[in-house]
Design a protein around this ligand. Structure first.
Ligand SMILES: Cc1cc2nc3c(=O)[nH]c(=O)nc-3n(C[C@H](O)[C@H](O)[C@H](O)COP(=O)(O)OP(=O)(O)OC[C@H]3O[C@@H](n4cnc5c(N)ncnc54)[C@H](O)[C@@H]3O)c2cc1C
Ligand code: FES
Length: 464
């Protein structure tokens, strides 16, 4: 069994140079070469800006290289909650922004003839329990009010009966690296602007800025932090209003024929289904078992649990791939896309995609490239990182920060005190058996066994 995602296994590795090979000043430095970084770089270059992408490791191998790649604006059950918490005007912004992103992605795939295994699919959020039916029905109504292609059904192609589901027509699924590597190639054709193995360590100055990396420095007028969890906070207190959640995926060869559609349930544990076309035939991509980073116990059990579930519903022949990753969750469920703070005028951020970053990374590219070009973007308000919506976020904000404080104190007092210490804000790290890493329960930084950073907000090796 391969423990790397199918997306990485089935595409060539990238080999872009480090920043040492770059000369001259630029307009925009983008920190992070995931879906946000690459899409935004493409859109800014289209508008004529001089851009560089600075990637700590290899591009498109972070969350974007480990996703399940459903391209949909059905982000679990969200539209009824958005109308309740943000009002219909802003809920409409969220819906329209994501619809525009989906349409744009389909258009690029067609016009540029990107061979990325895109297929049009209906997406479904379903339940097997009577108690969630009201939520499903309310979501159908809310989505229809916002003009989305939503419908109710109790009949799907899943191999078990469901109680009810909300379906969205004309969504899609694809191979995220085949799609994004195309954009990477397109932007470097104009000038070499992607730099790998270049970790950003600091941002200095008040604009223009000096970006300090482990491969030298760079001057830039504007900065976009697209590092997944922001590696630079600038007084935005992102670590108090976001947390990270890991989930697991297995690719399964089954005897039965597969379904049409993409599915995710309402109840816990999460069960996410899509098909995965590969050179060896079509596989089932089954995801789920999410938990807050560092809170999963022995992480091997999450893979075992998914495998047992697959065996309950299908005749399993083999499991050729498995992988896991994490995403950033905001306390009010809406991503932060826009200026980092109201005071840092030329530093921007895009984060907090809540495991639905395929359309919202594209939304981020569209909003940030407009803001940098000083063009009004009609959807930006709901995503503003400076918002504070107590109705939506206060409960989660308190829970998150209480947990961090508890982790910090118990980490120092308990047996965990023997564990390495996170180089971000000093919480004790937890061993992740399945991924052979040290993970931080406070804000989700992860480290190799030798202490090197896998993902931030940490930027330096852990302390023994
Ligand atoms: C299990 C799971 C399944 C998912 N499935 C779906 C799905 O089906 N559909 C969907 O829409 N979304 C899905 N998502 C969400 C989606 O994958 C993510 O939201 C999205 O990929 C995030 O993209 P990104 O560019 O922000 O982050 P990333 O892809 O992680 O990119 C950030 C990059 O920044 C780099 N970086 C970090 N620190 C530094 C530094 N100091 N200097 C330079 N570079 C740095 C990293 O190395 C990385 O390459 C899923 C998420 C999870 C966890
Ligand atoms: S990620 Fe913040 S303390 Fe570890």
């Amino acid at each position: 069994m391969q423990t790397q995602p199918y997306w990485i296994q089935s595409t060539e590795s990238t080999h872009y140079p480090t920043l040492k090979e770059h000369e001259g000043d630029i307009d925009v430095a983008i920190i992070g070469g995931g879906m946000v970084g690459i899409t935004t770089a493409y859109l800014l270059k289209e508008k004529g800006f001089r851009v560089v992408v600075l990637e700590a490791r290899r591009i498109l191998e972070g969350a974007t290289g480990h996703t399940t790649a459903k391209v949909t604006l059905q982000h679990d059950l969200i539209y009824n909650t958005l109308i309740k918490n943000f009002g219909q005007f802003q809920a409409q912004q969220y819906a329209d922004a994501n619809q525009k992103a989906l349409d744009q992605m389909k258009k690029w795939i067609e016009e540029k003839n990107i061979q990325c295994d895109f297929s049009s699919q209906t997406s479904y959020v379903y339940t097997e329990q009577e108690t969630y039916l009201t939520q499903i029905e309310e979501e159908v109504k809310a989505a229809q009010i916002l003009g989305l292609p939503a419908f109710y059904t109790d009949n799907t192609e899943l191999p078990f009966p469901i109680k009810g589901a909300v379906g969205f027509k004309e969504q899609g699924q694809f191979h995220p690296r085949k799609y994004l590597l195309h954009f990477g190639q397109e932007i470097v054709e104009q000038d070499p602007c992607i730099f790998e193995n270049t970790r950003v360590l600091d941002i200095k100055g008040d604009g223009p800025y000096t970006i300090v990396t482990d491969q030298g420095e760079l001057k830039t007028k504007k900065v976009i932090i697209a590092s997944h969890f922001p590696i630079y906070d600038g007084g935005g207190f992102y670590f108090t209003r976001m947390y990270t959640e890991r989930s697991y995926a297995i690719a399964v060869q089954i005897e039965e024929s597969l379904f049409q559609g993409m599915y995710i349930n309402v109840e816990k544990p999460t069960r996410s289904f899509r098909t995965l076309p590969t050179e060896q035939g079509e596989l089932l991509l089954l995801g789920g078992n999410g938990h807050k980073t560092g809170y999963g116990g022995n992480t091997e059990k999450h893979y075992t649990n998914l495998e047992e579930y697959a065996r309950q519903i299908y005749t399993v022949q083999s499991i050729p791939f498995r992988w896991s990753t994490q995403d950033c969750m905001t306390v009010d469920q809406v991503p932060y896309i826009g200026p980092l703070t109201s005071k840092t005028k030329d530093i921007y951020v895009a984060t907090g995609f809540k495991k639905w970053g395929m359309t919202t990374s594209t939304v981020a590219g569209m909003i940030l490239s407009d803001l940098i070009a000083e063009k009004k973007n009609p959807y930006s308000d709901i995503f503003s990182p400076s918002r504070w919506n107590p109705k939506a976020g206060v409960k989660e904000f308190l829970r998150q920060n209480t947990e961090v404080a508890q982790e910090f104190i118990t980490g120092k007092l308990s047996a965990k005190a023997k564990n390495p210490t996170c180089s971000h804000l000093g919480c004790q790290l937890i061993q992740n058996e399945a991924e052979e890493s040290w993970d931080c329960p406070c804000h989700g930084s992860r480290f190799e066994l030798d202490g090197e950073v896998i993902e931030g907000p940490a930027i330096k090796k852990f302390k023994e």
